[in-house]
Design a protein around this ligand. Structure first.
Ligand code: SF4
Ligand code: ZN
Ligand code: ZN
Length: 344
């Protein structure tokens, strides 16, 4: 009896024929290590241009957490020649895990290999007197999890620092898996306001808001991870301990199941949504009268939450007058770290 051939065919790089390290089904593309790196960097540039994210003259602030996505993004933007500085926010999530401390070490390790980089560091404890878990416990928000306090603090600090330091755009390492999960969640609930705003670029719709962009929004998470590995980036592998059980993780798992049955479906789901919105085939609106942005009377950042924004409210008691309230909210402080420049 003839022996059946069981050995799988090794995919070959489409450009040079060498054994491929990755096959991307949605692009029908297999690439070797060298050509994958080249493709990844060029595809990021194409995404930046496709969605008019920023130009070569713009000052870019990259929100870095120490994870693979944000460090890979900083690496690519630097290779592409953009003027990109990093921003790291020390959340103080260290109780028993040293998560924040190890994240900062990963960022510093990354910088040590790349001369001439500049990093803004905001330490919650130093700047605001409390770590994120401490702040969340004091204000009793989020049912035992500090995520809502964390999210609102990060958004506030990133926006304030970017504007104060004169950056044109704030970029984050959100990938396709993140974006598709958010889209899935918002579609299931027909959250029209969120669907209207979900985009690779968020324009600064108010002078107190910085423009935001997500240059990795068309990469699968596995592609970003593969890029980080082939580039030798030593990132923080662990997720934040509070992310366990997050709803986004549940939606990501559902989409992964779908992807296993129908490869490329995540990519189609997200990119076709953007295409249909751009062509005007589907339109969403903010629920009428709900979104009125007014400057916070304490920090000046635009808010929908009334006179004082949700961030400042964490330090303000109802019996305080405006002057007392202003004194109670700590102001943003940061330090700047640089990696030794080759010339310097
Ligand atoms: Fe913050 Fe961790 Fe929650 Fe993410 S999972 S929002 S980093 S506390
Ligand atoms: Zn090749
Ligand atoms: Zn405020």
């Amino acid at each position: 009896m003839k022996k059946r051939q069981t050995q799988a065919r090794v995919p070959r790089c489409k450009k040079c024929g060498a054994p491929a390290v990755i096959y991307m089904r949605q692009h029908r593309l297999a690439l070797c290590e060298t050509h994958f790196q080249e493709w990844f960097v060029n595809y990021t540039q194409r995404t930046i241009e496709k969605y008019h994210m920023f130009g070569p003259e713009d000052r870019v602030l990259v929100a870095v957490s120490g994870g693979k996505d944000s460090l890979a993004l900083w690496d690519v933007l630097t290779q592409l020649g953009y003027r990109a500085d990093g921003l790291y926010i020390g959340l103080g999530i260290d109780e028993g895990t040293q998560y924040s401390q190890r994240s900062l070490e990963a960022v510093r390790g990354f910088m040590a290999e790349r001369p001439g980089l500049r990093l803004y560091v905001v330490d919650m404890k130093e700047a605001y007197g409390e770590t994120i878990p401490e702040l969340a416990r004091r204000v009793r928000r989020g049912r035992g999890k500090p995520c809502s306090v964390c999210g609102l603090s990060k958004r506030h600090i990133m926006n304030e620092l970017a504007l104060r330091e004169g950056f044109d755009v704030l970029v984050t390492g959100h990938n396709l898996d993140d974006e598709a999960a958010v889209l899935f969640q918002n579609t299931l609930r027909w959250q029209t306001g969120y669907l209207a705003r979900q985009s690779p670029v968020l324009e600064a719709t108010h002078p107190g808001l910085v423009r935001k962009a997500k240059p990795f929004c068309r990469f699968y998470e596995r592609e970003v991870a593969a890029y980080a590995i082939v580039r030798g980036i030593e990132y923080q592998y662990d997720e934040c301990p509070f992310s366990v059980g997050a709803t986004t993780i549940y939606y990501k798992e559902l989409l992964n199941q779908l992807e296993r049955h129908s490869p490329g479906s995540k990519f189609q789901f997200y990119t076709q949504f953007l295409k249909a919105k751009k062509k005007g085939l589907i339109t969403f609106h903010e629920p009428e009268g709900e979104v009125v942005l007014r400057p916070c009377r304490i920090c000046g950042q635009p808010t929908t939450a009334g006179e004082i924004c949700a961030f400042c409210r964490m330090w303000v008691r109802p019996d305080m007058d405006l002057e007392e309230a202003k004194r109670s909210v700590p102001s943003l402080t940061f330090r700047v770290e640089t990696s030794e420049s080759e010339e310097g």
